[in-house]
Design a protein around this ligand. Structure first.
Ligand code: FE2
Length: 372
């Protein structure tokens, strides 16, 4: 008799989620988006599905950098869910897929606890093995697909073929630290409860409008995490300020709730940000005054202060250590999804101490767009 050791030690009544399997973006032109994420961020194309592989209605490129896996999917016809999604939202995150041990059980538990069915469990199979998938809805038009791999040995999922793209150097991005959802006015607690009830996530941290309001751009945020804390999902809602909250600007631009940003971890933020800037990635600016008292506030900082200032990198700390972070400008013309580049040195902070400087920077951009 053989036994297998489960990767997850979640209690039996919880959905055993090991981590994020992949993040799928629905976009207007996947070929061009793939070029952007390769050239600008250093991702490598590893797999593809489309007309050449027998898929008639869409094309998908799988991009990878260390443990980060993105799927970029576009529709090839007008009457298609991807086309409708792009019409409504512009390019954005459709699916935050969870890697699970048992997709059928995960689906049954989630739907029994109130998640809406998007797709019932189904099996994809090819010469490399089989994968079981099932999809449930979350905020807005965003979904979570449960992915049960059972030791599948193909390049991504059955139906995808290996594909090489450009030979681009990595920028050092290693894994997703957290993934943030923006929801509407007074909807945050509903969605916190949803993740707690449906997926068994727990409360990880919260920030109220006193932590994160500037003169104008207020928001509230609660972070929920799965049992092993590999998945951390902050949920933001707008709060009353003097002018339009940045969360409200997002919701108007995206046409509803959706994924606001992905925080991508690097082991060397100075090196990564230097490479990203050289590749043309645009970041929010940090005023020079931010660095005036930084050395006093952060004794024992291992980084060179002049380099942090030159690159505009922000620093925050908690009782466990410190962290460094920097935010890109939106990655689309609509002010919607952006990336955060983050390096953690012990700290579990999400950058609370930087919210004021950061939001003032966001407000300068909002003002330029006429949305403040
Ligand atoms: Fe973040």
């Amino acid at each position: 008799m053989t036994t297998s050791t489960p990767l997850s030690t979640a209690p039996a009544d919880l959905i055993a989620i090991n981590g994020t399997d992949h993040v799928e973006f629905w976009v207007g032109n996947a070929k061009q988006a793939a070029y952007f994420y390769q050239k600008a961020f250093g991702f490598q194309i590893v797999a593809y599905a489309g007309p050449e592989t027998g898929v008639r209605d869409r094309a998908s490129y799988v991009l990878q950098q260390n443990k980060i896996r993105f799927v970029l999917t576009t529709a090839l016809v007008a009457d298609h869910p991807v086309s409708k999604h792009v019409l409504d939202h512009g390019d954005g995150v459709r699916d935050v897929a969870f890697w699970v041990e048992d997709a059928v059980k995960a689906f049954q538990l989630a739907t029994a606890r109130g998640a809406r069915t998007v797709r019932e469990p189904f099996v994809l199979e090819d010469a490399h093995g089989k994968v079981t998938l099932a999809t449930v809805a979350t905020y807005g038009d965003t979904v979570h697909t449960f992915v049960q791999r059972d030791g599948y040995e193909g390049v991504f999922l059955p139906g995808f073929v290996p594909r090489q793209g450009l030979d681009v150097p990595s920028t050092g991005l290693a894994y997703v630290d957290h993934l943030v959802g923006n929801v509407g006015w007074n909807e945050m607690n509903t969605w916190v409860e949803f993740y707690q009830t449906v997926f068994g996530f727990h409360h990880f941290a919260n920030f109220d409008d006193k932590d994160i309001s500037t003169e104008y751009s207020a928001l509230r945020s609660v972070v929920v995490a799965n049992h092993n804390e590999r998945i951390k999902l902050p949920l933001n809602e707008p709060a009353e300020g003097k002018k339009k909250s940045q969360i409200e600007e997002y919701i108007q631009a995206y046409g509803g709730p959706g994924v606001q940003h992905l925080a991508l971890v690097t082991p060397d933020i100075v090196d990564t940000v230097r490479k990203l800037k050289a590749n043309g990635v645009e970041f929010l600016s940090t005023p020079d005054s931010y660095y005036d008292s930084l050395a006093q506030r952060f004794e024992g900082l291992e980084e060179n202060l002049d380099e942090l200032k030159e690159l505009g990198i922000l620093v925050d700390r908690d009782d466990k250590g410190y962290m460094l972070q920097l935010f890109t400008k939106p990655l689309e013309d609509r002010p919607t999804l952006f990336f955060e580049i983050i390096q953690r040195k012990g700290s579990e902070s999400f950058g609370k101490g930087n919210f004021k400087a950061l939001f003032e920077s966001i407000e300068r951009e909002q003002d330029l767009r006429g949305n403040l």
